[in-house]
Design a protein around this ligand. Sequence first.
Ligand SMILES: C[S@@+](CC[C@H](N)C(=O)[O-])C[C@H]1O[C@@H](n2cnc3c(N)ncnc32)[C@H](O)[C@@H]1O
Length: 414
Amino acid sequence: MSTTINVVELFAGVGGFRLGLERADKSVFKTVWANQWEPSRKSQHAFDCYTSHFSEGEQVNTDIALVPNTTFEALDIDLVVGGFPCQDYSVARSLSGEKGLQGKKGVLFWEIKRVLENSHPRFVLLENVDRLLKSPSKQRGRDFAVMLAVFRDLGYSVEWRVINAAEYGHAQRRRRVFIFAYKNELEYAKKQQALTHERLLFQEGFFASSFPVENEPFKKRYATTTLPLDVVAISDEFSFEFHTAGVMHKGEVTTTQPTAKEIAPTPLAAIIEPEVEETYYLTEAEDEKFTYLRGAKKIERISATGHKYIYAEGGMSPVDDLALPGRTMLTSEGSVNRSTHIIEVNGRKRYLTPLECERLNGFDDNWTEGMLPRMRYFCMGNALVVPLITTMGKKIKEINEQEPEQDLQITFHL
Ligand SMILES: C[S@@+](CC[C@H](N)C(=O)[O-])C[C@H]1O[C@@H](n2cnc3c(N)ncnc32)[C@H](O)[C@@H]1O
């Protein structure tokens, strides 16, 4: 059965998820509702870029927290996607009722929860920084455990995996955690549950079947746990070492650290423009500044409590190696910052151009054209490696095709 998959794209940025899914199959993935709002900015560059590329479906430029539940209730959707920040997911018991949860204000994961509670999609695909698995540092794993418990309570199973795009052939060593949740009533969920967790995590699961890994975990890292039933108890005292991949079904968690069966990465040399404008070359002063920023240093600093300490950082190579894929691009790319890429071409040092940054993420050339260069860098630092989403999209399409039509109607349109 080849059916349409109706998509809601949250925190849409310049549309990395949508582009990736449409490249997987434009006739199947239909983004019916998208939301993007850059807090405290008058100009909404990312949203403008999004609407310049996509016209179908409703596109909403407002704080997601202001969108009423009725909007989500009215949507008939199958898949929710979104990249969202790593924030504090701790919860308290809500004053209004024993069972209600009270998360911190402004935490975007609670908005995702609200969308799911009101629209019941079959599938959810999220992206976050890999730090999410370990946060906060004083109670490692708490935030991710809260998130998993929320999915458990909404009737989803979850698979997660940290993927380094360069290990699967792409031009950037960007490591991000991808989280795929699917409703427990699906035939797919039943098939997954029939597998051992080893088979699921190393061969046949959502991620392992599309991003191949070796059969053995790195350093034998493998652990299981059961999430407490009470989410407030998880928030107050639960701590666990989540590894880079795992699965959760009805609160039972198995986690491990697979090693990628690597595909040769795309080196920076393959994505750079042969000729660029003079403005991208470093001035003598910028060159000096970058040499200092990227060099090893020890600096005496004074802490907030007035205590003196030595801040030390190791040296980086003066320029990024063109034979390697790029490092992770941040929103500060293009500014005078230690993490900004500097390359040397024909004996001259220069920045990456915005177009080269689009290529690092696998967007179409000139995707963000029309914005100021500073904003183009910013939007690419926020975005994701699009071809990874295309691979995941193909897998979601395959899973969806195997679901019996009748069951879906009974389960989801009551
Ligand atoms: C990590 S980025 C996602 C980028 C996106 N995946 C892409 O391909 O460009 C998160 C996005 O969430 C947006 N955002 C932050 N707070 C928001 C809010 N309260 N409501 C709606 N969007 C928000 C930011 O402007 C940013 O573009």
